[in-house]
Ligand binder design. Structure first.
Ligand code: ZN
Length: 670
């Protein structure tokens, strides 16, 4: 559901950091490539050739450049906060102190493993299964390393209620399939994980033999857990994740694990309803409590502790942690420390940092303009839904009602979160992260039994992304993504509709895709489409699944159509809507002139394809294909445009050209 993936002051600051022409930057083109052969390459080839992937990145493109620009701005804010004499306990002091504690690598290196000693001793002290269960319960409070987790979250079938959500976790590899696939690359990753574990344990003082034996124990333990975990395609069906029960039901799933101490430490009532995302996983966790010797559990927990903490510890741990990231993503060099620290503050105290960011870089005029675009897209989608011949009349009405109920969040929350309870010590980086993490856990659990907070955002203001939330029935566009060339106050409408307009349409479309169509206007998981509607929708969906299954990515790789179909449909529907909304906005006005030799229609599609000008390292390509519901940037552009007759017309592409899918195979949503 997390989707994709502006402003006068912002435009100026952006222009300083990354010179952008308000018109399309023609130097990004590859004029030697024909638009109808490969429009992605035509649009981005010049830029891609001049901008190799920096060693510290797994991929690099338009969105990375925006992210990097935001980080520079956040760095300025944080360096100034770190030097300020802001009042103790104030938000400015907290973000400044957290940043300073992260930047102080001398202090972090001097402390070595000290911050973990307490937890390491607790793990070492466990002798019996009840002691193990007790430790796992208390780890819920102090860390996120237990194989099960408890948090607050909306009841999918009654979205007005926040209930207890019990989830999984416990895997060191990015997805359960990594434990089972037999291809050479998957085998190599498992071999390298064994080495990684052994090296990390050696840093804790284990002998090479002990460390190597422990690594095998750990991989075997996780493989058992992975076997009881849903695939990423199964998890896309919200019904598969909905298993509501009471406390007795939860206790019956895990008779070997007592939830009472967990509830007690968070002051939770046993009468609160619970949703268990994956009951089979919980059963496996329960079975492991007795099937796996306590000694092996301790080996695994010790690894989990060090694996989770390593990026925040001294240099040897940071370096070892990075070594495995090079395996998974191909990245060659660590980020400069300041980037790590900016990202850390954004992740842990994000709204305190975001409040300053938007004051400086998101003027009211940008919010007004963005709101206008959103409402134009909404009006267009309303018309589409009202006239969608493939939906039954009653479904059309319900769909329009759902669209009208959409809440659109732009830029930042009306009220910023108060981190008042988090104590930050500029000399204790690791403890600061733990304090922020515990505070966040308590903050979310405190929402149980309370009315849903409509002010809450799922992303921080500087984030370069956007989302649709089915249970909230809302779309959100953080200030971070509303930057050129995604959103440019100085650009003409064709450019803005082609770029951010398509993103708005994408997020709105999620309300009516294979997941969103299962949630009604109140955000409740409910079948509100008829069988005939679903059948016709599925035909549209299957067209896109087939398209992505068969498109060649290179080196014999393909997308998993069933994994990416929601996002690919979002792109197709989104671009179609943006185009129609743009046409609608032109009604009654003189036709816009060509600029730089491109018609307005051509500029619309150039702006769209420019957004997806991203290239990936080979390792990162495979990681994304295996785990990410979003197609690779190149194929978000190509796959979408192959289905768009308006694009074919704008560039005079013909049947038989690679950018044109055969007429009988073109997919269409709206
Ligand atoms: Zn999306």
């Amino acid at each position: 559901m997390r989707a994709l993936r502006l402003l006068l002051t912002a435009v100026f600051t952006a222009a300083l950091a990354f010179p952008q022409s308000s018109a399309f930057d023609k130097s990004s083109l590859d004029p030697t490539c024909k638009p109808c052969n490969d429009f992605w390459r035509y649009t981005n080839g010049g830029w891609l050739d001049r901008n190799p992937i920096p060693d510290r990145y797994p991929s690099w493109g338009t969105l990375s450049v925006i992210t990097e620009g935001n980080r520079e701005r956040l760095r300025t804010i944080l360096e100034s906060a770190a030097k300020s004499n802001a009042l103790a306990g104030s938000a400015e002091r907290k973000i400044g102190d957290l940043y300073a504690s992260c930047m102080d690598t001398t202090a972090i290196d001097a402390r070595g493993i000290t911050p973990l000693q307490h937890d390491l001793a607790r793990i070492a002290a466990v002798q019996t299964v009840p002691q193990l269960a007790s430790l796992l319960a208390s780890l819920q409070r102090t860390s996120n390393i237990a194989p099960v987790s408890l948090r607050g979250g909306q009841d999918l079938k009654n979205s007005k209620d926040v209930i207890i959500q019990i989830g999984g976790g416990g895997l060191s590899l990015p997805d359960r399939d990594y434990y089972f696939k037999d291809d050479p690359r998957s085998k190599e990753i498992r071999e390298k994980l064994l080495l990684q574990i052994a090296k990390m344990l050696a840093l804790l003082g284990d002998t090479p033999d002990t460390a190597a034996a422990s690594a095998k124990t750990i991989l075997a333990f996780e493989t058992e857990l992975a076997g009881a975990t849903m695939t990423n395609v199964q998890r896309r069906d919200p019904y598969s994740r909905y298993h509501k029960m009471d406390f007795a039901g939860l206790a019956a799933l895990t008779p070997a694990f007592d939830w009472k101490p967990v509830y007690a430490q968070f002051n939770l009532s046993e009468s609160t309803p619970i949703n268990v995302g994956e009951p089979d996983y919980l059963k496996k966790f329960n079975a492991q409590l007795s099937a796996v010797p306590v000694a092996d559990w301790k080996i695994w927990l010790r690894w989990r502790l060090i694996d989770a903490a390593a990026p925040s510890l001294s240099k040897p741990f940071v370096d070892q942690d990075f070594a495995f990231r090079t395996v998974l993503t191909g990245v060659k060099e660590q980020q400069p420390r300041w980037q790590t620290c900016v990202a850390t503050v954004d992740r842990t105290l994000g709204e305190a940092l975001g409040e300053v960011f938007v004051q400086k870089h998101f003027p009211p005029e940008a919010k007004r303009r963005m709101n206008e675009l959103v409402e134009n897209l909404r009006a267009t989608l309303r018309e589409e839904l009202s006239n969608a011949a493939w939906l039954e009349p009653a479904t059309r009405q319900a769909a329009v009602a759902k669209l009208n109920a959409f809440v659109a969040k732009i830029g930042y929350p009306d009220k910023f979160r108060d981190y008042g309870k988090v104590a930050i010590d500029p000399a204790k980086y690791y403890e600061n992260l733990r304090a922020a993490s515990l505070n966040d856990r308590l903050y979310r659990l405190a929402k149980i039994g309370q009315p849903v907070d409509r002010n809450e955002w799922g992303m921080t203001p500087p984030t370069v992304n956007a989302y649709y939330s089915p249970p909230m029935n809302e779309i959100a566009f953080p200030a971070g993504i509303l930057q050129p060339p995604m959103f440019d106050m100085q650009a003409d409408d064709a450019m803005n509709y082609g770029a951010i307009g398509a993103v708005i349409g994408h997020e709105m479309g999620h309300g009516f895709d294979d997941q969103g169509s299962k949630f009604d206007a109140e955000g409740n998981l409910k079948n509100w489409w008829t069988a005939a509607d679903i059948e016709k929708f599925n035909a549209r969906r299957d067209c896109v699944i087939e398209q992505f299954n068969t498109m060649t990515v290179g080196e014999g790789l393909h997308h998993n159509g069933k994994l990416v179909v929601g996002e690919a449909l979002g792109d197709l529907g989104g671009l179609t809507l943006a185009y129609k909304a743009w046409q609608r906005s032109l009604k009654g006005k003189p036709a816009p002139a060509a600029i730089d030799g491109f018609t307005p229609e051509q500029r619309f599609f150039l702006a769209f394809a420019r957004v997806w000008g991203t290239k990936y390292r080979p390792e990162s390509t495979r990681l994304q294909l295996n785990t990410n519901p979003h197609p690779l940037g190149e194929f978000r552009a190509i796959g979408t445009l192959q289905n768009m007759p308006e694009f074919h017309k704008a560039f005079s592409c013909k049947q038989g050209d690679p950018m044109v899918r055969p007429a009988d195979k073109q997919c269409k949503l709206w």
